[in-house]
Write a protein that binds this ligand. Sequence first.
Ligand code: Q9C
Ligand code: ZN
Length: 670
Amino acid sequence: MAAGTALLYDEEMTKYKLLWVDPACKIEVPERLTVSHEALVRTGLAARCVSIAVREATDEEILLVHSEEYLEAVKKTPYMTLEDLMAFTQQYGDVYFHPNIYHCAKLAVGATLQLVDSVMTGRVRNGIALVRPPGHHSQKSAASGFCIFNNVAIGARYAMQKYGAKRVLIVDWDVHHGQGVQYCFEDDPNVLYFSWHRYEHQNFWPNLRESDYDSVGKEKGAGFNINVPWNKVGMENSDYLAVFFHVLLPVAYEFCPDLVLVSAGFDSAIGDPEGKMCATPDIFAHLTHLLMNLAGGKLCAVLEGGYNLTSLAQSVCQTVQTLLGDPAPLPADLGGPCESVLKSIHCVRSAHKQYWSCLKYTADLPASELSAKSLKVAEQKTGNEPEAQEQRSPEEIVWPEPPKRLCPPVRTAVALPEGVACPDACKRCSSAEAPSSLVLNRIRGDFFKESEDKVTLTALCDLIALLERMAKNEVRNGLALVQDVSMAMVCVMQHAPTSLTNRVLLVCVGDGCVPTRITEDGKTLLVHISSTEAQGQKSKHCVPVCLRKGCSDVAGFMQAVLGLLLPLGYEYNPGLVLLVRMPGSGVCESVWQQLAGLLQGLAQGHTLVLMQENETASAGPTASALLGSPAPMLGLLGNLLSEDLEALETLRNTLQADWKLLQVNACQQN
Ligand code: Q9C
Ligand code: ZN
């Protein structure tokens, strides 16, 4: 299994700049690259990456996307006078040329292709290319928006042609619409292009009608172009996550890409003068994490925009640190998405419901939404809706530096019955030194009033010892095989250090009795996925999810995980994730690994997995997921049962009053 993170950077790409006065272009400066790279070096992240040399792209590679005429025209720019360059620049929008930009543009494409090579050949697992000029606005025969050649679009074609990638997902989290990428793959069902972008009802650059949610792709490519317009500035972390949970991730898992390319622009982060958004740099740790289990982990991030140098450097570091496998920071204080984003989410989901079975049960849009479209452009233009952000210049916006991310020395500890081999690279945990005799006596008192079962008692003590190490951040996550998972979960809730148990996300997979009384004090949020209709109470903290075909139904299971469990988990923000596999759960191994992988975005990676002691064959695959190996691809998911979809929608409807991150529809009154 491929490991390692590639870093592609060449100082040469800092060697062009704007040579005349142009307010639209003055933000695109060489320092964007130097500060990003220096931050990676300063934090020690660069040294942890595999450095790969950058090369120039060939003509043939550039022609995968661009026209011969355009390439020939750009080829002449190194020999132009300043006057000629200015005149040449005039024919395009918001872009500038420089005698050295053609050279840099070839390096930017070349770096992208070197990254694709490294990932597709398995030399590394994933990676990032820090490049200038960016690419996503450039088109077949046009430069645009600081972009000369379309790095990511060429990368996608290259991966398909050279490595036979059948499906490529492009996630464009830059704050601008990558219209160049959209045009390139509009009618191509093998490339799924997702972009969110500042739009403001077409009042924001590039002011295109086709950037709206109803551009879904053409002909065979219908359904494979997803636009999420931001119609207001000031979007926050929960807005971004809501779009991931309710639009991108379900569709991406259904699409099942062989490769994920990220148009990684960081002008969508706080402080950026172009984006004027409020999402903090640490959100990119989560966005990255949430994509890292697609395509067997094959992810290539390629820099696009990002114009606040502080915010840019922090965001790049958050992304790289996540690619390297460090645990994401706590996603603090997520409220729900704002009303404007809920409208966008609802619009996108309903525009795509005919193409994706995960969206099939999306409520229809109110007629008012569809007919009001053209009016809104006019409405917005009256300008009587002042934005809070507009008052402050982006240079004045301050935000706390992202906290140092935890990195416990032991990634995965295991507590296993005697005779079960310790999976590779895990640390066996025993209660030899801990827990204290006090804890031991409490456990004895709780579970062994009558008889003393030495073996079980020791196993429970091992488990608590493991959690004590987790609380001290000596261990990130753990796996325990136990005699009785129900007893073990109760033991954890009662005897693990309170710093972990103040808020526990308890995820139970498979049929069986879960002691729901442990949800009564509000310190546990239980999500129980099974095939049996819940007997007991449902409440804000007790969420039974019933799938008719049980946990072996991959499509239904993933729908529940992405659309329900993850938003609940992120909003709850636990200190510990307790993932329990009930005996005979029927969950297939790769789905289980996906789940274990995705949940590690929570609780700073503090996940404890409990399984029945006879499930020894699953210890290895589970440990591997906990160690950060990407889950194997799930393949095409198959059809969702309509009754499951309906049941999940009903569940969402009842829970969304308490959990705002579950919402997918705008208020009907608006
Ligand atoms: N307010 C990228 O982020 N518009 N390109 C500038 C000045 C052009 C952005 C208007 C923005 C292009 C890759
Ligand atoms: Zn941008």
